[in-house]
Design a protein around this ligand. Structure first.
Ligand SMILES: NC(=O)c1ccc[n+]([C@@H]2O[C@H](COP(=O)([O-])OP(=O)(O)OC[C@H]3O[C@@H](n4cnc5c(N)ncnc54)[C@H](O)[C@@H]3O)[C@@H](O)[C@H]2O)c1
Length: 293
């Protein structure tokens, strides 16, 4: 079954979903952006508008591009509105039960030839695919954060993913200006398999009192030439997402070296999830971020 990708559905209008909608609309695709409530979709549209306005100010896109792209994004809280999309990219929270329940509700409405992609950072594509009616047309499309800025997308085939699905996805990803890296379907794929244990180790370094938040971030910025410290990066990714990925690595690879740091668990239990909740390893409520430890 062939499909010509013109209309893109995005499920989950959080920091990643709004970025996927942003780059897709700028590349000329019609986009349906869905979340559990219209309020969340409207908040995402406001974020997209703010981010595009910054791109206009920097001279990266024109004012006409911004207006046209925003007009192409339609918000919806109803999954049935995704009936005519050519590819649906699920970017809801990193929770397998939530993702499966979205597919169960969404698939009966999708066209038979529509591709279903997931932006999961770590969950098995093969297992998620098996819960749908279209494992051949299911694929991991792993964008990086922030989507409008980061160039890489990991494409991950499940065991049943057809070459045609992969080829259409590669074309779509390249058309939104990104570069593909192909990863096999193992826990957390490539980028997060390497990145998250480093972040988790930085949290252990804090937990064991080896250094303060500021000292650890400064050490890695100036000592390893990282553009931002690992704790700042964790806040940026979202501490709940970081914890979910570590749990997937720990359970999926059955190796104690991936055990999530108890301090990470504590921050998540407190609801201090990083930038998105204004507090994580830094407190973002004032003018400047202030370390919380
Ligand atoms: N944060 C990152 O750096 C990053 C990078 C790459 C991939 N990802 C992956 O992208 C996905 C989304 O992460 P995020 O950082 O955007 O999270 P987020 O918390 O910012 O957004 C998640 C969104 O999903 C919505 N949602 C929850 N249940 C839903 C449902 N049943 N139907 C529709 N929407 C629902 C929430 O309302 C929220 O708006 C996750 O799978 C995550 O692992 C995250």
């Amino acid at each position: 079954m062939d499909v010509n990708i013109q209309k893109v559905g995005v499920i989950g209008a959080g920091q990643m979903g709004n970025g996927i909608a942003h780059v897709s609309a700028l590349a000329g695709y019609d986009v349906l952006l869905s979340d559990v409530s219209l309020d969340r979709c409207q908040a995402a549209l406001a974020t997209i508008n703010g981010n595009m306005t910054r791109q206009v100010a920097k001279g990266n896109i024109s004012e006409e591009d911004r207006k046209a792209a925003l007009d192409r994004i339609k918000p919806t809280e109803k999954l049935e509105d995704l009936a005519d999309v050519d590819i649906a990219i699920e970017s809801a929270v990193e929770n397998e039960t939530v993702k499966r329940s979205i597919y169960a509700k969404l698939c009966p409405h999708l066209k038979p030839e529509a591709i279903l992609g997931t932006n999961t950072s770590s969950i098995s594509i093969t297992r998620l695919a098996a819960s749908t009616d279209r494992p051949e047309r299911f694929i991991g499309v792993h964008f990086m954060n922030p989507v409008p800025v980061m160039e890489l997308v990991e494409l991950v085939r499940g065991i049943a993913t057809e070459d045609e699905t992969f080829d259409h996805c590669r074309k779509y990803v390249e058309s939104v200006g990104k570069t593909v890296a192909v990863a096999e379907d193992f826990p957390a794929f490539m980028v997060n398999r390497i990145l998250l244990p480093m972040i988790n180790e930085a949290i252990y370094t804090l937990y064991e009192g080896v250094g303060s938040v500021e000292a650890i971030d400064t050490a890695m910025r100036l000592g390893a030439n990282h553009p931002m410290g690992p704790l700042q990066l964790a806040d940026f990714i979202g501490l709940d997402t970081c914890l979910s990925i570590m749990q997937v690595l720990y359970e999926g690879l059955a190796d104690s070296k991936y055990r999530p740091c108890p301090l990470l668990v504590k921050y998540v239990e407190a609801g201090w999830l990083g930038r998105k909740t204004q507090r994580g390893f830094y407190d973002y409520r004032g003018e400047e971020p202030v370390p919380t430890r």
